[in-house]
Design a binder for this molecule. Structure first.
Ligand SMILES: Cc1cc2nc3c(=O)[nH]c(=O)nc-3n(C[C@H](O)[C@H](O)[C@H](O)COP(=O)(O)OP(=O)(O)OC[C@H]3O[C@@H](n4cnc5c(N)ncnc54)[C@H](O)[C@@H]3O)c2cc1C
Ligand SMILES: *[C@@H]1O[C@H](CO)[C@@H](O)[C@H](O)[C@H]1NC(C)=O
Ligand SMILES: *[C@@H]1O[C@H](CO)[C@@H](O)[C@H](O)[C@H]1NC(C)=O
Ligand SMILES: *[C@@H]1O[C@H](CO)[C@@H](O)[C@H](O)[C@H]1NC(C)=O
Ligand SMILES: *[C@@H]1O[C@H](CO)[C@@H](O)[C@H](O)[C@H]1NC(C)=O
Ligand SMILES: *[C@@H]1O[C@H](CO)[C@@H](O)[C@H](O)[C@H]1NC(C)=O
Ligand SMILES: *[C@@H]1O[C@H](CO)[C@@H](O)[C@H](O)[C@H]1NC(C)=O
Ligand SMILES: *[C@@H]1O[C@H](CO)[C@@H](O)[C@H](O)[C@H]1NC(C)=O
Ligand SMILES: *[C@@H]1O[C@H](CO)[C@@H](O)[C@H](O)[C@H]1NC(C)=O
Ligand SMILES: *[C@@H]1O[C@H](CO)[C@@H](O)[C@H](O)[C@H]1NC(C)=O
Ligand SMILES: *[C@@H]1O[C@H](CO)[C@@H](O)[C@H](O)[C@H]1NC(C)=O
Length: 644
């Protein structure tokens, strides 16, 4: 980028930004980051630690020291509470008839309450499928299920190939894994792991499988079906489960595993939020503005260049319509902040394209239809939305699974709650467990390489089938096994999902439509999930009395599996709405250095930039990407002159 001073930038304000009040006393920072989630929190703290002054704008509040965010076992509570998370209502299909076949499809009734199901009253207003996103310091990584999973080497090599930039290949990315991780479950010195990073990793405790004889039976049958291993005893089962699925030997190898979590040695949640807070407390030049909703990126013309120089935001609580406390009459206080170097957008897969579009960067026609002045016609912004589809299979055993580790937990979260006391005092117990205890990896015939391409995760004695109103508080289901079959290797260029503006109001939520299972790629995704369901059925068929026989719950007896997968599959790892690609042309939203194509001084650092969704759960690869972004951005820092 050509060196420009801040004064030069301010001298030539585009009509678009005429509202900018010239001469007003404004705080100024080298970098402004919008969104403090996995991507934004990591890049903001990393830049500050390199000595750069950073202003971090976060729509939510900091709730990192509340129990729903700290306790891994309470993650769903956090993800379903407006103090921590936003509720988007999305669509899976453009074919509304197909979309409404999902029993989780939700409507608002005239009295304001929510209904989900297949028989809405005629006056119900269709909302869509619930899709939670963290809205708090740390973003979705403060409400997620804490599965901490490495991408496949094949994923990074794919990104490097796709972008023609070898700095994204697996070998070049590995040091970022080492740099971000503080492995608390590894033997000291274990190769291919990090021990000084800002995110601690731990592993779920295998006793919550081995202590439950009927669950032992189920997981042993899984080991036999998937790995052809006949389990002889609990020690052998625990040994298999404790294999390190983030190691080169075991990652992407079919088998049964415990889930590795982003938890510290005392089983407290670990994530970009703590990194941000520790960075501020250590005195690095990071300023965090919470309860601040960014509404526009501000641009200047500098010669032929359009240069981002600041951000406009509204300061106030619950200003975004995805917040269930939202009150349309409140719009907070409008403020602006100026960057001498760059603006970095990291609002996540739905909000990043929304903010770019509100700022004039997006498809021309869509912006013009809403009266938004076009800064750059960039058709990739808000396109190529894709996700891991997760098909659900549920069965009921003939008897309860028993020995439920939660049986004595009162959920009072005080001294009367033995599980809380165990977590608080000893850093263990059921509340310290993240994600799901039943975890299997499987390679379908649709895998495009040697990797397992389906992750199965689930529960014995708990009913889980995706997101719907009240999902965080399911009814007791002691006989039920719920399994999610997550298909990796998403469609890339062929994805048809979109995030489009409903209005030019920054408090409004965009329309999100995944439009999934299209064409050849969609057929492969469905086929892989069908094979996953067939595998699960073989495992169920091996069960002996008294847990056998299993009764199908989803799909119910007589219901077509493939149609049921079309109807009920959910997802929660969305990406690619500001995808990275080779060169700097608008067919891609950002270039391989994460610079928004067509403008200067603007980058994106969140799940939006991956040209396809990485094959693992996304939190770790986004963290690695953002840590790399610190190096990219900091290396370019000398190319800007500081403001006077
Ligand atoms: C319930 C749930 C469970 C999950 N489980 C796992 C798991 O086990 N493992 C895993 O790896 N991944 C999991 N994920 C996914 C993972 O957490 C996300 O993919 C990842 O955190 C996304 O990172 P991001 O940086 O793209 O965005 P986010 O972390 O979502 O951050 C975006 C931030 O930007 C803020 N923001 C948005 N717009 C604005 C604006 N206009 N102004 C100011 N601030 C704004 C938001 O408030 C938010 O804090 C889960 C997600 C959810 C919701
Ligand atoms: C700008 O505002 C800051 C903080 O409010 C104040 O300390 C400073 O003196 C002001 N500068 C000018 C030139 O008014
Ligand atoms: C829409 O979906 C329904 C239900 O799956 C299906 O019967 C119908 O053929 C679809 N319509 C189109 C135009 O594809
Ligand atoms: C690399 O990308 C090119 C062009 O997109 C593609 O033809 C080729 O198959 C890719 N190679 C690998 C190994 O992915
Ligand atoms: C890493 O975790 C250990 C505990 O296993 C802790 O003592 C140490 O302080 C952590 N390191 C960092 C850099 O946070
Ligand atoms: C696992 O939990 C058991 C109790 O069920 C406990 O005795 C053991 O110490 C725990 N192991 C770890 C590594 O936390
Ligand atoms: C499974 O293991 C058994 C015993 O170890 C062996 O005889 C058999 O060939 C294996 N089957 C497959 C398909 O690998
Ligand atoms: C629950 O408490 C009972 C009675 O103290 C005890 O026998 C049982 O083992 C406990 N269950 C668990 C999972 O800790
Ligand atoms: C724990 O909370 C419950 C209900 O919220 C209350 O009845 C109980 O007295 C509390 N126990 C302690 C030790 O505070
Ligand atoms: C499965 O178990 C749940 C909870 O115990 C129950 O509500 C449901 O009716 C059962 N379904 C079938 C098909 O047995
Ligand atoms: C700095 O600018 C020069 C000249 O435009 C360019 O060649 C170089 O790649 C830039 N450096 C970085 C790290 O962006």
């Amino acid at each position: 980028m050509k060196p420009v001073t801040i004064l030069q930038r301010l001298a030539t304000v585009l009509p678009l930004v005429a509202a900018y009040p010239a001469g007003q006393n404004q705080s100024e920072y080298e970098y402004i980051v919008v969104g403090s989630g996995t991507g934004g929190g990591t890049v903001a703290a990393g830049l500050a630690r390199k000595g750069h002054s950073v202003f971090l704008i976060e729509a939510g509040a900091d709730r990192g020291d509340t129990l729903p965010q700290m306790v891994p076992g309470l993650s769903t509570v956090a993800s379903d509470d407006p103090e921590h998370a936003w509720s988007f209502w999305i669509r899976h299909y453009r074919n509304e008839t197909q979309g409404r076949r999902d029993s989780k499809f939700t409507y608002r009734l005239p009295d304001g309450s929510l209904y989900y199901g297949l028989e809405p009253p005629p006056d119900a207003e269709p909302l869509g499928i619930l899709y939670p996103r963290g809205a708090t310091v740390g973003g979705s990584s403060q409400v997620n299920a804490q599965n901490w999973a490495k991408a496949s080497d094949n994923d990074w090599d794919w990104v490097a190939n796709y972008t023609s930039d070898p700095s994204w290949n697996a070998q070049a990315m590995e040091p970022y894994f080492i740099a971000v991780e503080n492995c608390t479950y590894c033997e000291p010195g274990t190769p291919n792991h990090g021990f000084d990073g800002f995110i601690s990793s731990n592993i779920n405790n295998a006793t919550y499988v081995t202590g439950r004889p009927y669950v032992v039976e189920y997981m042993s049958n899984a080991a036999l079906e998937i790995e052809n291993i006949t389990i002889q005893n609990n020690e052998q089962l625990a040994e298999l489960l404790n294999r390190d699925s983030n190691s080169p030997e075991h990652s992407y190898t079919p088998g049964i595993y415990e889930i590795i979590t982003s938890s510290d040695e005392r089983r407290r949640r670990s994530g970009s939020r703590n990194y941000v807070v520790d960075t501020v407390n250590a005195g690095f030049p990071l300023t965090v503005s919470t309860e601040s909703l960014a509404t526009r990126v501000l641009f200047n013309k500098n010669g032929g260049d359009v240069v981002a120089y600041g951000v406009e935001y509204m300061k106030g609580e619950a200003l975004y319509a995805a917040d269930s406390r939202y009150d349309a009459t409140q719009s907070g206080e409008l403020r602006t902040v100026v960057a001498s170097k760059e603006v970095i957008v990291a609002g996540g897969v739905f909000n990043t394209p929304q903010l770019l579009k509100l700022s004039g960067v997006g498809p021309r026609e869509e912006l013009e239809n809403l009266g938004i002045e076009v800064v750059v016609d960039s058709p990739a912004v808000g396109s190529y939305l894709q996700d891991h589809p997760e098909g659900i299979i549920r069965v009921n055993a003939s008897v309860p699974f028993g020995n439920d580790p939660f049986e004595n937990c009162t959920m009072q979260l005080n001294a009367s709650d033995p599980c809380f006391v165990q977590w608080q005092d000893e850093g263990m117990g059921p509340y310290g467990e993240g994600a799901a205890p039943l975890h299997m990896r499987f390679r379908s015939s649709e895998s495009e390489n040697e990797d397992s391409d389906v992750w199965m995760w689930g529960f014995a004695g708990l009913d889980f089938r995706g997101f719907y109103p009240g999902y965080a508080h399911p009814l007791p289901a002691p006989d039920t096994i719920s399994m999610s079959m997550l298909k990796c290797q998403t469609p890339g260029d062929e994805a048809k999902g979109t995030v489009t503006l409903r209005s030019a109001d920054p408090r409004d939520v965009p329309e999100v439509n995944f439009d999934w299972f299209n064409g050849e790629q969609g057929r492969k995704e469905l086929n892989a999930m069908v094979e996953g369901a067939e595998l699960l059925n073989r495992i169920f068929d091996r069960a002996a009395e008294p847990i056998a026989p299993f009764t199908p719950v989803q799909p119910a007896e007589g219901v077509d599996l493939r149609q049921n997968l079309l109807d009920e599959t959910f997802s929660h790892h969305a990406g690619s709405t500001c995808r990275m690609g080779p060169g700097s042309v608008q067919t891609h939203c950002v270039d391989p250095q994460l610079r928004v194509n067509g403008v200067k001084g603007l980058r994106v650092v969140d799940a939006s930039v991956f040209p396809r969704v990485i094959s693992s759960f996304p939190n770790l690869p986004i963290t690695m990407m953002a840590h790399k972004a610190v190096d990219i951005i900091s290396a370019a820092a000398g190319n800007y002159s500081r403001a006077a």
